[in-house]
Ligand binder design. Structure first.
Ligand SMILES: [Zn+2]
Length: 248
C-alpha cells in the first residue's frame, strides 16, 4: 500500500479501534475505551470519587492547554514513534490560532477534548460567563477541526482549567451529555522543574498509583522533552495504553 493510502486508512480507523503499529517493539495502544456521560459523567480521583475502569498498569495519557506548535509537534512525534494514542484538551483561543495543528492531532488518531475558550478560573466568574467560556471554546475547537462552528462537540469530553468547577457548571455539562475529565495523577509540569525531575516525579507517582489518567501539558517544553523517555519507561515496565473515545 502506498504511504498516503496507508495513512488515510489509519486515520479512518482511528476512532474505531487501536490501529496496527508497524513497529512491533513499540508501546502501542492496547485497547480503546468508550466513555459515556451516562455511565461516567465525571472521572478522575484528584477531583471526583470515581474514575475510569482501568485495570492494573493501564494508563490514559492526556495533554492540556495546547495546541502550541513547537512543543505539541514534539509530543505528537514521540507518540507516533510508539503508536501511542492520547487525548488533547484544547484551549479554544489556541485552537483558533493553530487550526492545522488541531487537524494534525485528530489525523494522527488522538482524541480531542475541550478546555474552555481562554482558561479562566471557572468558579470565580458568573455562571453565564462560564457557560460562554465552555461554548466558545467548543465552537473554536470544532471550527478548527471540521470548519463548522457548533457548541455540540464531536467528542463530548471537557476538562476544567485548574480542575475548578461549580456544581451548576458540573450539572450543565452532565445535562448536555459531556464527560468531565479530572485526572488520577499528574506530572506537576507547570512547576519550574527540570525534565529529569519531571520524569522522576511522574514515574514515581505512576509506580505508586499503578494505573490511571495522567495529566501533562503539551505546551511545556519539559514535557515535550521527556515524552520519548516516558513512553519508553511505560513500555519497559509493562504498562499498557488505553485510548479513550466517545461512547456511542
Ligand atoms: Zn489547563
Amino acid at each position: 500500500m502506498a504511504a498516503g493510502a496507508f495513512l488515510a486508512a489509519l486515520a479512518g480507523s482511528a476512532a474505531a479501534s487501536a490501529a496496527e503499529c508497524p513497529r512491533k517493539e513499540a508501546l502501542g495502544t492496547s485497547r480503546v475505551l468508550s466513555v459515556d456521560a451516562k455511565a461516567t459523567p465525571r472521572v478522575g480521583l484528584k477531583s471526583f470519587p470515581q474514575t475510569l475502569p482501568l485495570a492494573d498498569r493501564e494508563v490514559v495519557l492526556t495533554f492540556d492547554d495546547g495546541p502550541n506548535p513547537p512543543t505539541t509537534s514534539k509530543v505528537l512525534a514521540a507518540l507516533a514513534q510508539e503508536c501511542a494514542r492520547a487525548t488533547f484538551f484544547l484551549i479554544g483561543l489556541h485552537a483558533a490560532a493553530h487550526p492545522d495543528m488541531v487537524k494534525r492531532i485528530a489525523r494522527e488518531g488522538h482524541t480531542i477534548g475541550h478546555h474552555t475558550w481562554s482558561h479562566p478560573f471557572m468558579a470565580r466568574i458568573p455562571f453565564e460567563k462560564a457557560r460562554a467560556e465552555i461554548d466558545r471554546g467548543i465552537a473554536a475547537d470544532e471550527m478548527a477541526l471540521n470548519g463548522v462552528s457548533t457548541t455540540t462537540p464531536s467528542t463530548p469530553f471537557f476538562r476544567f482549567p485548574y480542575f475548578e468547577a461549580t456544581q451548576a457548571e458540573l450539572d450543565l455539562l452532565q445535562s448536555r451529555g459531556i464527560v468531565v475529565f479530572g485526572a488520577d495523577l499528574w506530572a506537576s509540569d507547570w512547576n519550574e522543574i527540570t525534565p529529569a525531575q519531571e520524569l522522576k516525579l511522574i514515574t514515581e507517582r505512576l509506580a505508586a498509583a499503578g494505573k490511571g489518567i495522567i495529566l501533562f501539558h503539551d505546551p511545556k517544553a519539559r514535557t515535550a522533552a521527556i515524552m520519548p523517555a516516558f513512553l519508553r519507561y511505560l513500555r519497559e515496565n509493562g504498562y499498557r495504553l488505553v485510548h479513550v473515545v466517545p461512547g456511542r
